[in-house]
Write a protein that binds this ligand. Structure first.
Ligand SMILES: Nc1ncnc2c1ncn2[C@@H]1O[C@H](COP(=O)(O)OP(=O)(O)OP(=O)(O)O)[C@@H](O)[C@H]1O
Ligand SMILES: [Mg+2]
Length: 580
C-alpha cells in the first residue's frame, strides 16, 4: 500500500518554500492538458466538414490551427518539464543538506554501526530516487490523472455508452494494478536494501585497499562480494518482474479498450447514430488514454521505489543520538580544569563489555597530564569522553566545573581541542586542511599560528606555501600531526587533548613536534596520551591506566621520587619497551 499520508506530508514540507514555482507549473500542466484535449476535437471538425464538402480554404484554416496547437503544446511541455526538474532538485538538495547535517550531529556510536558507503547510498541514492518523486508526482501523476479524467468526460459527452465503458475499464485497471503493486513493493524494497549493503561493502573495501592488498585478503574480499552479488541478482530479477507484470496488465487494458471502441463505433456508424468524425474522435481519445495511463503506472513503480526511500530517509531523520541533549552553558576564557567523577563507560549499548571502570581524577587548570598505559587500556577512550564524542554510562565528566552534557556543543568544540592518533587529511590545500574549509579565517592568522608553533620552517618548505595541495597519503604521520596541532592552535582552546602517534618519527620531525607541543600547551590544560619518554617529562601529573582502571595518579615529581611507584619502575624498565 502506498503510504499516501507520509508522501503528502513530505511533498508539502518540501514544496511549500517553492510555492510560486509550483503554481506556475500547475498552470503549465493545465494548459498542456487543455491543448491535448483540443486536438482531436479539431480533427473531428475537419473530417466532418471535409465529408460535408466544405471549401478547401476553411479546411486549411482548421489544419493551420491544429499545427499551431501542436507546436504550442510541445513548448508548454518543455517548460513544464524544466520547471518540474528544478523543483525536484531544489527540494532534494534541501533534503540532502538536512540529512548530512543530521548525520554529522549523531554520535560516533551511530557512525560505527553505519559504514560510510551505506550512508552515502542513503543520502545520495535514496534522495535521488526521491527527486524523481518530487517532480514526477505533480507532472505525471496529477497531470496525467487530470488528462485521463478530461478524456473520459469528453468521451462521455460525445457518446455516453462509450464513456461508461471507459470508466469501467479504468476502474478495473486501477484495481488490478493496485493489487499487482502491493505484490511488487516488497520486492523492490529488497533490491534497494541489497544495493545499500553492496555499496557499504565496496566503500569499506576501497577504504581498506592498502591493508587488504598487503595482507593478501583480496580473494576473501572478492568472495564476500560475489556472495552479495549472487543474492542481489535474483532479487533484481524479481523486482523487475513486478514491473513487467504491471506493464502487461496495462497493455492488455489498452488493447481491449481500443477493440471495444472500434466495434462500438463501427456498430453506431452502421445504424447512422455516429458520423465518421465522431468515430475518429472516440478512437483518438481512447488511444490518447494509453500514454498517460502508462506513465502513471511507471510513476507507481517509481513511487514504490520512493516509498522504500522515504521510509529509510524518515528512519534516518528520526534517529536520535545516544548522547543526552546538549545544554547551553558557557565556559570562561583561559585554561580549564578537567574532572572525571566515577566514570564508567562501555562502547556497546547494553554495557556488558566495560571499557572504563569507575574512573575519577581531577586535573587543575593549566596543568599537563601524561596518560600512560598499555595498548587497549582505555587512554583514547578517556580522550573521547573529554571531547564528548560519547557520554559516560555512569558518572560525569566536568570541564571548568561544568558537566560536558550541560555545555553547548559549539562551546565544547571551541574550548576543547583534540588531536587524534590518526589525523584526517583532506585532499585540498594546506589552508583548507588547517581551517577545515572555513574561508573566514585570514591567511595572516594561519601564518601567525604556524609561527606560534615554531613551524615557520615547515611552511617555508612547502612548494606553494598555503596553496600546496596535500592528500591523505602525501604526509607522514608526523607531518599530519603538525597540521592537526595548527588546527587546534587556531581554535585557541582552554583544554588540549593530544593522542600522540605511537609510531616512531624521524628525529627532525620529532623535534619539530616537541617544540610545537610545548607552544600548544603553554597557558592551557593538557591531556597528553604519551608514548614517548620526552612527553612524559613534560607532564605535571601522571595517570597510569590498566584495563580501564586508574592504577596510579599523582604529581610526576613525587612519583619519580618514590622508587616504589609504578612510574619509577616504568622509567627503570624503559617505558617505550613496556608500553608499546
Ligand atoms: N569504537 C570502539 N568500539 C568498541 N570498542 C572499542 C572502540 N574503541 C576502542 N574500543 C575498545 O576499548 C578498549 C580501550 O581502547 P582505547 O582505544 O581506549 O585504548 P588505548 O589505550 O587508546 O590503546 P592504544 O594505546 O592502542 O591507542 C579496547 O579494548 C578497545 O578494543
Ligand atoms: Mg589510543
Amino acid at each position: 500500500m502506498i503510504p499516501v499520508r507520509s508522501y503528502l506530508q513530505l511533498l508539502a514540507r518540501h514544496l511549500r518554500p517553492q510555492g510560486g514555482r509550483v503554481a506556475v507549473l500547475a498552470a503549465l500542466v493545465a494548459a498542456s492538458i487543455a491543448l491535448q484535449l483540443a486536438g482531436p476535437q479539431l480533427v473531428k471538425t475537419f473530417i466532418d466538414r471535409a465529408v460535408a464538402g466544405r471549401p478547401a480554404g476553411e479546411l486549411v484554416r482548421i489544419a493551420g490551427v491544429f499545427i499551431g496547437l501542436t507546436v504550442t503544446h510541445q513548448g508548454v511541455a518543455v517548460g513544464a518539464a524544466y520547471l518540474a526538474e528544478t523543483i525536484g532538485w531544489t527540494a532534494t538538495n534541501r533534503l540532502r543538506a538536512e540529512l548530512t547535517a543530521h548525520v554529522l550531529a549523531l554520535d560516533l556510536g551511530f557512525h560505527e554501526r553505519h559504514p560510510p558507503g551505506a550512508l552515502i547510498e542513503r543520502i545520495d541514492g535514496d534522495v535521488s530516487a526521491l527527486s524523481n518523486f518530487f517532480s514526477a508526482m505533480i507532472l505525471e501523476i496529477v497531470g496525467n490523472g487530470a488528462l485521463v479524467t478530461g478524456i473520459v468526460v469528453l468521451v462521455w459527452l460525445e457518446t455516453p455508452a462509450v464513456g461508461i465503458g471507459l470508466v469501467a475499464l479504468v476502474v478495473v485497471g486501477g484495481l488490478v494494478s493496485g493489487h499487482l503493486h502491493r505484490i511488487a513493493v516488497p520486492w523492490w524494497r529488497r533490491v534497494r536494501a541489497s544495493s545499500a549493503e553492496f555499496f557499504g561493502v565496496v566503500a569499506e573495501q576501497a577504504e581498506g585497499t592498502e591493508d587488504v592488498v598487503a595482507n593478501g585478503a583480496a580473494d576473501f574480499m572478492l568472495g564476500r562480494l560475489a556472495a552479495l552479488l549472487r543474492r542481489w541478482l535474483p532479487e533484481t530479477i524479481r523486482g523487475w518482474s513486478g514491473w513487467a507484470l504491471l506493464w502487461s496488465a496495462s497493455v492488455i487494458l489498452y488493447v481491449t479498450s481500443l477493440v471495444l471502441t472500434f466495434v462500438f463505433g463501427w456498430r453506431l456508424f452502421g445504424i447512422g447514430a455516429l458520423g465518421v468524425g465522431s468515430v475518429y474522435l472516440l478512437l483518438q481519445y481512447v488511444q490518447m488514454m494509453h500514454h498517460p495511463i502508462e506513465e502513471m503506472r511507471e510513476q507507481l513503480v517509481d513511487l514504490q521505489k520512493a516509498g522504500a526511500s522515504i521510509d529509510r530517509v524518515a528512519a534516518l531523520l528520526a534517529t536520535e543520538p545516544d548522547l543526552r541533549v546538549a545544554g547551553n552553558r558557557r565556559l570562561p576564557d583561559g585554561p580549564l580544569a578537567v574532572e572525571f567523577d566515577a566514570v564508567t563507560f562501555s562502547y556497546d549499548g547494553d554495557g556488558r563489555d566495560v571499557t572504563l571502570h569507575d574512573v575519577s581524577f581531577i586535573l587543575a587548570p593549566g596543568r599537563v597530564l601524561g596518560l600512560l598505559g598499555r595498548t587497549g587500556s582505555g587512554k583514547s577512550t578517556i580522550a573521547r569522553l573529554v571531547t564528548r564524542l560519547y557520554d559516560p554510562r555512569r558518572g560525569e565528566v566536568r570541564i571548568g566545573g561544568v558537566p560536558t552534557w550541560e555545555l553547548a556543543v559549539t562551546e565544547l568544540r571551541r574550548r576543547v581541542g583534540m588531536v587524534t592518533q590518526d589525523v584526517q587529511i583532506f585532499r585540498a590545500t594546506v589552508r583548507d586542511n588547517l581551517t577545515l574549509f572555513d574561508p573566514a579565517v585570514p591567511d595572516a592568522r594561519l601564518v601567525e599560528a604556524i609561527g606560534g608553533l615554531g613551524l615557520d620552517g615547515w611552511l617555508a618548505g612547502l612548494p606553494e606555501g598555503l596553496d600546496t595541495i596535500v592528500g591523505p597519503d602525501d604526509l607522514s604521520a608526523g607531518q599530519a600531526q603538525l597540521l592537526a596541532f595548527t588546527r587546534v592552535f587556531l581554535l585557541d582552546p582552554g583544554v588540549v587533548v593530544l593522542d600522540e602517534a605511537s609510531s616512531r618519527l624521524d628525529p627532525a620531525t620529532e623535534r619539530l613536534i616537541e617544540r610545537a607541543v610545548d607552544h600548544l600547551l603553554t597557558g592551557r590544560t593538557g591531556i597528553v596520551i604519551a608514548h614517548h619518554l620526552a612527553t612524559v617529562e613534560r607532564a605535571d601529573d601522571i595517570c597510569i591506566v590498566e584495563e580501564g582502571r586508574i592504577v596510579e595518579f599523582g604529581a610526576r615529581a613525587a612519583l619519580v621520587a618514590d622508587p616504589r611507584s609504578r612510574l619509577s619502575r616504568l622509567l627503570e624498565t624503559g617505558m617505550e619497551e613496556v608500553l608499546r
